[in-house]
Design a protein around this ligand. Structure first.
Ligand code: SF4
Length: 380
């Protein structure tokens, strides 16, 4: 592939639908050297870049998925302080792991970390595995994470392809189409292989991700400061933001739930939720009931549904059904679900071995959904 020969004339904006392939070509082999120089000079000083401990790098990679780095840092530090080795993590209760995870979202990641730590202890004698296929075999570790850990810690020559890298490569090579499918996916993988700096695979992979996160951003990429600008085809075409094409957004589903806030004198009872709950399984929190309809339930409907559930949830209420206090709905979103939580305040107790009465402070480690509901119930 040849190098780009310059910018398109003013006003010659590409018509996406009508264009077959633009004439300029971004050569992926032109990426490695300037990217490496830029990465060494511009990389952010992040705590997991101070270590080559595969366990710590693994934690950071899992925590950083779908979560901003600034949010991850305090979680990463707390987690490592509490569980400094895979054996420490494996020996912990899942409930404690999820409690430390609370607020990071996507809780299946925390659960998989715990399971994977068990695998490391059982199958690898407590040492984080070093072979690509062994790393890939850990619960919750996909192709991307295995390539990231393998290249950063063990020097494996495998390119990382996440959303940031897809965007950089799609723009650099002006590769059109959905990066997750078909021909565009194949071309991006090929470009990633050609672009890889085999002498510095860890720095290269981190450099690509860093470039996508800080310079080649989804909107308003800072091409004038980009180390690979001179070979970037989308830059030459003047249309970087049109690569890759926007994906069709999934319409979030709206669900209504009742949250039972059971307690007395300003204190609220939390329980260990079972591992098969539809919402936040395995977390300490409040008893919840799914409301079947699409329309919001009325206060009388909520009281009837809550009252019916008291026996099965072993809740003893001091008042009668019509004294249950129904508060305004609390909004919360989880992945593709838009939740409307209807808190029902009940003066009473829960007959459950895991029941604990908590005050405002001790609720701080509950998942955000429960914290919101409890805060709403505390408001005068
Ligand atoms: S920042 Fe601009 S020049 Fe750099 S890869 Fe992205 S689109 Fe190309």
């Amino acid at each position: 592939m040849g190098k780009s020969s310059g910018k398109q004339p003013q006003g010659a904006k590409r018509e996406r639908a009508a264009t077959a392939r633009p004439p300029l070509s971004g050569d992926p082999t032109a990426i490695a050297a300037p990217l490496h120089r830029w990465y060494l000079a511009a990389r952010r000083d992040l705590p997991w870049r101070q270590t080559r401990d595969p366990y710590a790098v693994w934690l950071s990679e899992i925590m950083c998925q779908q979560t901003r780095v600034s949010v991850v840092i305090p979680y990463y530090e707390r987690f490592l302080a509490r569980f400094p080795t895979p054996s420490d993590l494996a020996a912990a209760d899942e409930a404690e792991v999820l409690e430390l995870w609370a607020g990071l979202g996507y809780y299946s990641r925390g659960r998989n970390l715990h399971r994977a730590a068990g695998t490391i202890v059982r199958e690898f004698g407590g040492e984080f595995p070093s072979e690509a296929e062994e790393i890939r075999s850990l619960p919750g570790v996909g192709e991307y994470t295995a390539a990231a850990i393998g290249s950063i810690v063990f020097g494996h020559t495998r390119p990382v392809i996440d959303g940031n890298v897809e965007r950089v490569l799609a723009r650099h090579g002006a590769i059109d189409g959905d990066p997750k499918r078909g021909e565009a996916r194949r071309e991006l993988r090929e470009a990633a292989e050609h672009a890889l700096d085999v002498d510095n695979p860890g720095d290269h992979n981190q450099g690509m991700m860093e470039l996508g996160a800080t310079v080649c951003t989804p909107r308003s990429p800072r091409c004038e400061t980009c180390p690979i600008e001179s070979s970037c085809r989308a830059r030459a075409l003047g249309t970087p933001e049109t690569f890759p094409p926007p994906r069709a957004r999934r319409t979030p589903e709206t669900q209504h739930w009742l949250a039972l806030v059971v307690g007395t004198r300003g204190r609220v009872t939390t329980i260990e939720r079972s591992g098969v709950e539809e919402l936040l399984p395995g977390h300490r929190g409040l008893p919840m009931i799914r409301w079947g309809g699409d329309d919001p339930p009325s206060a009388p409907e909520i009281r009837i549904a809550a009252n019916r559930a008291l026996v099965s949830l072993r809740i003893t209420s001091k008042g009668s059904a019509d004294t249950l206090d129904v508060l305004s709905a609390v909004a919360h979103s989880i992945t593709h679900r838009r939740l409307r939580i209807h808190p029902v305040c009940i003066e009473g107790t829960i007959d459950n071995d895991s029941a604990q009465l908590i005050d405002g402070k001790s609720g701080a480690r509950l998942p955000a959904l429960f914290r919101k509901v409890i805060d709403a119930a505390r408001r005068p």
